[in-house]
Design a protein around this ligand. Structure first.
Ligand code: ZN
Length: 266
């Protein structure tokens, strides 16, 4: 080996070393403290999935916004699904994307810290394409398995921010998701709700924030009834009673592991 080749190799090795350092994970241990590791922990991760529509005209335009900012500031989501079904990822599953904003669900207030955000390329007025929903179902199957997210904990942005948001629109096929095993959905035939049943308590149990009751009803109707009425409608109580029964029948989950426990705690 010539001296020149050796110098060249050393340079390469240094470069490789520097690159490795640049991509190394941050040091987990704080040098201020004595490290006494405990095995009793797990990675912090998402415990529910929030579905959005972009209200834009193309996936390319949405990608640009999700990599920069919209009129309200910097925004992002973990995934974007084009109208053609193409799936894009913008933020790693373990990172906190900025898609939910001020929001509440069950006992949770900071949904960005607790959720995976999925944007659907849709202008807010058009139906969602079959290819797009097929792609979404594949992604939901992957995320719920890999991240151990309970399959019923798939909600809309409008559900968690009822006073501010109305996406995904009333055209979003929640029933199709439910038929594939995702989200909470009534099971026909519905029995009449018993006397004394409290539909507000059931709404709260599902996870809705009731600080603006009309907005909560609008969000509930958008998700479950295909309209956006702000008053109770015939059949609402029967539907809510069924959802409440499903939630109460779910196995108890450790509060530290999922927000399901928060959602089923009155
Ligand atoms: Zn949204």
């Amino acid at each position: 080996m010539t001296a020149r080749t050796a110098t060249h190799l050393l340079g390469l090795l240094l470069l490789v070393g520097l690159t490795a350092c640049a991509s190394a994970p941050p040091v987990a241990r704080n040098p201020l403290a004595d490290w006494r590791p405990s095995p009793n922990h797990n990675p912090r991760q998402a415990s529910l999935i929030v579905v959005h529509h972009t209200e834009m005209d193309s996936a390319e335009a949405a990608l640009r916004t999700l990599q920069t900012r919209n009129s309200g500031g910097r925004v992002s989501a973990h995934y974007l699904i084009g109208n053609d079904g193409r799936l894009y990822q913008l933020v790693a599953d373990g990172e906190r994307a900025w898609h939910a904003g001020a929001s509440r669900w069950g006992g949770l207030a900071d949904l960005n810290s607790a959720s995976i955000g999925i944007e659907l390329d849709n202008d807010g007025r058009s139906p969602f394409s079959t290819a797009q929903i097929d792609s979404l179902l594949r992604l939901l199957d992957d995320l719920t398995r890999r991240l151990d997210i309970p399959r019923q904990l798939v909600v809309g942005h409008g559900d968690i921010a009822p006073t501010r948001k109305s996406d995904p629109s009333v055209l979003f096929p929640w029933q199709r998701l439910a038929e594939a095993g995702f989200g909470l959905w009534p099971r026909a035939p519905l029995a009449p709700a018993p006397a004394g049943f409290d539909p507000w308590a059931a709404l709260r149990l599902i996870g809705y924030d009731l600080s603006d009751p009309a907005a909560a009803l609008r969000a509930f109707h958008r998700h479950y009834r295909g309209h956006e009425a702000e008053q109770w409608q015939p059949g609402d109580a029967d539907l809510l009673h069924d959802l409440q029964r499903q939630l109460m029948a779910m196995p108890a989950m450790a509060p530290a592991d999922t927000v399901g426990a928060a959602a089923v705690t009155p």
